[in-house]
Design a protein. Structure first.
Length: 129
């Protein structure tokens, strides 16, 4: 199954669910900073949209009158989808993204060393097949 494409608000809601594990719509809404907090109905509509995208699911038991929602998509899977979409904007080339990360100072030497370790590990895994 393909991972759902998520909007910025959907990702913020998912981040709350990934952090808390499960939450009601009210709990999700209250996790937003007070000055930037969307209306309850906005969160509710967005959570229901996430449910139709199979990104969240309702827990079987209600707490009082409230449905409890939990993530159905992992943070890792959502991040992979976003990165794949970003790379698609550059024709699949990682070079412009890497150049930007380096120039902006967001890619450190430690990051490069970790990436190199992972590449070597994948190379050994491929060689053993």
């Amino acid at each position: 199954m393909s991972e759902p494409k998520l909007s910025k608000l959907e990702l913020q809601i998912m981040d709350t669910l990934w952090t808390l594990g499960k939450a009601s719509i009210r709990e999700i809404q209250e996790s937003f900073p007070e000055k930037d907090r969307p209306a309850y109905t906005t969160i509710q509509t967005t959570v229901y949209r996430l449910e139709t995208k199979d990104a969240v699911r309702r827990r079987e038991k209600k707490v009082g009158n409230f449905h409890i929602f939990e993530p159905a998509v992992s943070r890792n899977a959502a991040q992979r989808r976003l990165i794949d979409e970003l790379l698609a904007l550059f024709g699949g080339s990682t070079q412009p993204v890497m150049a930007h990360l380096i120039e902006s100072g967001k890619l450190t030497l430690d990051d490069v060393k970790e990436a190199e370790k992972l590449l070597r590990k994948l190379e050994r895994k491929d060689a053993s097949k």
